[in-house]
Design a protein around this ligand. Sequence first.
Ligand SMILES: O=C[C@H](O)[C@H](O)[C@H](O)COP(=O)(O)O
Length: 223
Amino acid sequence: MTQDELKKAAALAALDYIVEGSIVGVGTGSTVNHFIDGLAGLRSRIRGAVSSSEASSQRLAAHGIEVFDLNSIESLPVYVDGADEIDHGFAMIKGGGGALTREKIVAAVSERFVCICDASKRVDVLGRFPLPVEVIPMACTHVSRELRRLGGEPKLREGFVTDNGNRILDVHGLSITDPVALEARINQIVGVVTNGLFAERGADVLLLAGGNGVERLERTPAR
Ligand SMILES: O=C[C@H](O)[C@H](O)[C@H](O)COP(=O)(O)O
């Protein structure tokens, strides 16, 4: 199977986690695009969706799925999203598509985070994928200096502006052995909006597609 076929298999498996009659939290990216396309077939069984990016909102709307403002809803039983890397404790690096801030907000509201990935995303230690950090534009140089002090090598994502009007620094060379601590530390740097570590609020379920099908893994409570 190709990587895209594996992404699609993981995405379609996530349809089993949708709560009938609810609003569904929807992430961003090529794996989630398969999920949105699959969700279109269940349109009559959900109220609609909350989206984490302009791109996902457009795709949802094109399928006739109503997109709600997060501020207008009371609860979100399930959030479905991909990841760039996920470790064995279900901490993730996200933001390869630059949607990390809205993704983290929607994930924070959700009761259950279902992560959909092909098997190449599973790692022992996070950090080979450069860690995206969303930054207020005027703070890029300051934040870069601070990130270097933490041992990383930040590179500005050229020509890219987030849905929130900010910039992305991709931080190379980190070996992230304590994702919860690093997530908090980077968020303390003035000018940082969000970083792409999803560790304090990691995934609850991992649907991991490989050669032998889709593994359905639940986070163990002790994480
Ligand atoms: O900003 C993008 C998101 O965090 C994506 O969920 C992540 O980059 C994975 O994307 P893909 O499914 O395209 O590999």
